[in-house]
Design a protein around this ligand. Sequence first.
Ligand code: DP6
Length: 327
Amino acid sequence: MTNSATAVAHANIALAKYWGKRDETLAIPATSSLSLTLDAFHATTTVTVGAEADAGTLDGRPMSEGELGRVSRFLDLVRERAGSTARATVTSESTVPTGAGLASSASGFAALAGAAAAAYGLDLDPRDLSRLARRGSGSAARSVFGGLVVWHGGTDDATSYAEPVPGGEAGGPLDPAMAVVVLDAGQKSVSSRVAMRRTVETSPFFPGWVESTEQDVRLMLDAVAAGDLAALGALAESNALRMHATMLGARPPVRYWTAHTVAVLDEVQALRAEGLPCWATIDAGPNVKVLCSGADLDVVATALARGTDGDEARRVVTARPGPDLRV
Ligand code: DP6
């Protein structure tokens, strides 16, 4: 007998970032974080229980040894809870370019958590699914939910989970949207996992980052409750710059920016000066995600697609709030 389940999860982009763990084994983050789940990128994952050994494909190719190892360790957590020793086959298709700082692990592990839990017969509520997804990749805890999402950092497995924040709906008072400026979809040099660890261990700025991010999350939740996109955007841009400042302080330093990244930051500043409200955020890669109102999304995307740096590879993808995980 085989049991099979398929889940779809959407990518999320943090407005207040998760950068650094207080517990690596349990994936307890050093801070809370806040994100927007996007409709433009998602992962679809099927888990079929009943195989000789764990096996998997990613976008139609066999998983590498490293990828399969990470998936297998995650399945072990599910098996342990389900009281099962059965191996499984995992197939995953993603519309997110892998390893380019576009949070492919977030949608990937959220979809894997949803599909694996169902295939192994675990009956988990969304909060428990978020806790489970967290063990695969921290940011995956947030991709269990649509719209705006807060991940309560917590202090242990029970208290570290994400939940939706009302007010993030498309067309609502805040109406958040994003223009994703894809500058280089190639593999990044240092994984966020390794870069985070190095930042925690060697950056003298890390304690300041932790303190100011907890405060940013509180201020951002206030901005969301007040329907104040300008306050939310300004906090998000500042928080992203602080995250990168923290990692620039590591030894050896971690720098994901390229000259093209800086060009987009200049362009966003110029658009604001022209009266078009938009704010930049950057993750573990060179790409820039630009937050704006849904009403301004097309104008912002068109302006950013033109670019000022002659980068022929530049591509802009528009995104609006995405849905909850679906199994
Ligand atoms: C810069 O969730 O990929 O995107 O927990 O080690 O798998 P692991 O890290 P991951 O890190 C995401 C880092 C970030 C910021 C964010 O999404 O909050």
